[in-house]
Design a protein around this ligand. Sequence first.
Ligand SMILES: Nc1nc2c(c(=O)[nH]1)N[C@H]1C(S)=C(S)[C@@H](COP(=O)(O)OP(=O)(O)OC[C@H]3O[C@@H](n4cnc5c(=O)[nH]c(N)nc54)[C@H](O)[C@@H]3O)O[C@H]1N2
Ligand SMILES: Nc1nc2c(c(=O)[nH]1)N[C@H]1C(S)=C(S)[C@@H](COP(=O)(O)OP(=O)(O)OC[C@H]3O[C@@H](n4cnc5c(=O)[nH]c(N)nc54)[C@H](O)[C@@H]3O)O[C@H]1N2
Ligand code: SF4
Ligand SMILES: [Mo]
Length: 724
Amino acid sequence: MSTEHLTFCRFCHAFCAIRVTVEDGKAVKIIGDKENPTYYGYSCKKGRQLPEQHYHPDRLLQSQKRQKDGSYQPCKVEDAIEEIAAQLSLIIEEHGPRAVAMYTGTFSHHYPTGTAFAMAFMGAIGSAMMFSPSTIDQPGKPMATAFHGRWNAGPTRFDDADTWLLVGTNPLVSMWGGIPQFNPAKRLHDALKNGLNLLVIDPRKTDVAEKAKIHLQPKPGEDPTILAGMIKVILDEELFDQDFVDEQVEGIEGLTQAVSEYTPEYVESRAGISGSAMVETARTFAAGPRGMVTCGTGPNMAPRGTLTEYLVLVLNTICGRWVKEGEEIPNPFVFLPQGENKAQAEKRPDEIYGFGEKMRVRDLATSAAGLPTSAAADEILLDGEGQVRALLVVGGNPMAAWPDQLRTYDAMRKLELSATLDIKMSATAKLSSYVIAPKLSLESPSISMPNEALTFYGVSPGYPEPYGQYGPVVVDPPKGADVIEEWQFFYGLAQHMGLQLNISGTKVDMANAPTSDDVLEMLTKGSRVPLSEVKKHPHGHIFSDPSIVAKPMDEGWEPRLDVGSAEMLAELNEVGSEEFTEHGGYAGDPEFSHRLISRRLKNVYNSSGRDLKKLVPGNFSYNPAFMNPDDLKEMDLETGDVIEVSSGRATILAIVEEAPDVRAGVISMAHAWGDAPEHDNSVRFIGSNTGRLTDNAGRIDPRCGMPVMSAIPVNVRKAANQLE
Ligand SMILES: Nc1nc2c(c(=O)[nH]1)N[C@H]1C(S)=C(S)[C@@H](COP(=O)(O)OP(=O)(O)OC[C@H]3O[C@@H](n4cnc5c(=O)[nH]c(N)nc54)[C@H](O)[C@@H]3O)O[C@H]1N2
Ligand SMILES: Nc1nc2c(c(=O)[nH]1)N[C@H]1C(S)=C(S)[C@@H](COP(=O)(O)OP(=O)(O)OC[C@H]3O[C@@H](n4cnc5c(=O)[nH]c(N)nc54)[C@H](O)[C@@H]3O)O[C@H]1N2
Ligand code: SF4
Ligand SMILES: [Mo]
C-alpha cells in the first residue's frame, strides 16, 4: 500500500518541506510540497535521494566497536552506551571532566534535540570542552557583532530590498548567505523581476555573480580593502543615512579617518578590480533605499574574517539598514519566545575573547564564537594536566572537515576513547573506538526552530517570516536495525553515570525516559506559538502578526552601534600598512604563486552525499581543483591531470579542471573530501583534503583561533605520478 506523508528534508540545513511516498513501510519517493507557503514546492537532487540514503547498503544499522586488531564488530547500542559510560566515568575520576571533549558537527543544526542533550550532558559532567564548526565556519559573524553591537529589532528583509550585496557567498548552491535559503532561486528571480540591484564580490563568477548587476572579481582575501573603499565613497559623498547615524551610531569620526587612505586607485591596484566599478558598487548600494550586505564563508575563511564581517556591519549601519521604529518585525518567531523588538542597539558584551575556558596552546580561550576548534587536536596531543583523553563526535567529521588534517589524524589516534555518532563509517568513524548508529531524518520527529535561531547569527538567513513546521516520524528504521536518536545516546550515558540532565531549565525525568515529542516540548518552552498549534499545520504555516512592530528606544538608553571600534580600526590600519605587488601578486607571501579558495558543490553537503549514485555518477568522485584556462595553458596542464598543491604546511594531490569562472592565480576547491594520508593515491576516487593545507599553528585570528582556510597561499605543479 502506498501512503503520502508531509515532513521536511534534513539532508541540508534549508529544511525544505517535502512529500514522502511510503510503500510497504519504506520511503520510495520525495518531492517538494507545493502547498508549503515558504518553500513553494522546492526540493533539490540531494533531498530527493533521502530514500537512497536511508536504505544505502553502507548505512550503519548497528553500532560498531573497534576490536584489538583494528577491525570493527557490530555491538548492541545499549551495550555500547554502558561501556562508554563506564570508560568516561573512569577518565573523569582519574583526570577530571576537562579530559572529556565534545564536537557537535554540522548535523547538530539539523537535530536540535541531540544538541540540547549533548550540551546538557557536558554541563552535567562539568566539562566546558565543547567544540563546534562555529569557529571554523564564519566566526567573524559573532565576533564582529560583539565589537559593533546588535540591533535589537534585527535586520531588514531580502524580499522587499532594492539592492543587495553578497560578499563571498553563493546562495543558489549553498542555500546560505543572504538570499533566504527557502527556495532562494524563486526569491532571487522574483526580486530581480521587481528591479533588485544585485551586487557580488567573489573571485569566482559564481551562480549568483552570473545574475548580478555588478560583479567585482578580486584577488582573494582583499575584502577589507574593498569594503573600506566603499565606506570611504559613501562617507565622502554623504550617501549615508544621516538621521540614523546621528541618533544610533557612534565612532563615525574614527571610521572616517581609518578609511581615508582607501581611495579607488589604492583599491584597484591592491585588490585587482576596477576602482570605478568599486565606486559604482558603493553608490548603488547606498542608493538603496532598502537592502543589506551579507557575507559568506569565503571571506570568513580568508585572513581577517572578523574585520571583514565588521566592515559589513558598518556598511549596513551607516546606510541605516536595520528595522526602524514602527516597522513590522519580519520574523517575531514561532518556536522561540517573542523578542523585545526595540529599535535600539543592545549593550555590547564586556568580554569578546580570552574569557572562560583557556586553551593550553596559542593563548586561545573562549570567544564570542565559542571554543576554538583549531585548538581541539592540540588539546588531545599535548600531554599534561587537562589533556583531552576522550572525544564524543555528533554529526560531524573532524578527519574530513577540521583544519590541519595531519594534526587531527595524530590526535584521533592518540585518544583513549572516541565515540562518533554517524550514519556511515566516515573518515572519523574509522578512527573511533565506538561508532553509534543513529536514526535518520525520516525516522525521527523534528521542528524548524534551528533556522529561526539563525536570526541571531550576524546578518544571516533565518526565516524572513514567522514560519514554523513540525516534521513527524514518516517511516520506521529498516527491519533488524538497532538505531537510536542522538539525544537518547546522551540520555543513556547520563543514566548509567547517575547524572541529572537539564533542558531549557527543565529537569529531565531520569527514571522514565521522555519521548522525542516530550523533548521537543521542553525545547519550545515559552515559544510564541505552542508546538501543539504548529502541529495542526502539516504543510507548515506562517504565523503572521502585523501588529508586532519595532518599539521605540527606551528613554535614556545609552548604547549605540559602534562603527569606530578601536581594535577593528587598528586592524584596518594594519591592512593599509601591508606590502603588496600590483600585478598578479598578493600581499605577503611572495614565494607562493596561487591562492586556494573555498567553495561548495551543488550535489554534496560537506562530506555527505558522495556515496549516493545519483549525486556522484560514474566511478569517479572527487573534488576538482578548478583553475583558470590561462593558468592551465601557462603550466601546460589539462583537465584531468594530477597536480601537487603545496602550502607552507603540506602538499596534497588534486585533479585539475579547467574553469573560466575562476580568476587567474586562484584555485577553487571544495573541502571535506579525501581521507587519511595513506589513501592519497586514490585521489581520483576519493578526492583531496584541502584542510591538510591549512595550519592551526600558522596564521590565525588570535581572538577566535580561526586559521586561514581560504585565500591559502599555495604553489602548484604537475605530479610526477599521474595515477592513471
Ligand atoms: N578547508 C576547509 N575546511 C572546512 C570548510 C571549508 O570551506 N574549507 N568548511 C567548514 C565548515 S563551514 C563546516 S560547517 C565544517 C563541517 O564540519 P563537520 O560537521 O565536521 O563535517 P561534515 O562533513 O558536515 O560532517 C557531517 C557528518 O555527519 C554525518 N551525518 C550525516 N547525516 C547524519 C545524521 O542524520 N545523523 C548523524 N549523527 N550524522 C549524520 C555524515 O556522514 C558526516 O560524517 O567544515 C569546515 N571545514
Ligand atoms: N550544496 C551544498 N550546500 C552547502 C554546503 C555544501 O557543502 N554543499 N555546505 C554548507 C555549509 S557547512 C555552509 S557554512 C554554507 C556556506 O555557504 P556559502 O558561504 O555561500 O558557501 P560557498 O558556496 O562556498 O560560497 C563561498 C564563496 O566565497 C568565495 N570566496 C572564497 N574566498 C574568498 C575571499 O577571500 N573573498 C571573497 N569575496 N570571496 C571568497 C568562493 O569563491 C565562494 O563562491 O553552505 C552550506 N550549504
Ligand atoms: S536544499 Fe535540497 S538537501 Fe537542502 S533541505 Fe532542500 S531538498 Fe533537502
Ligand atoms: Mo558550515
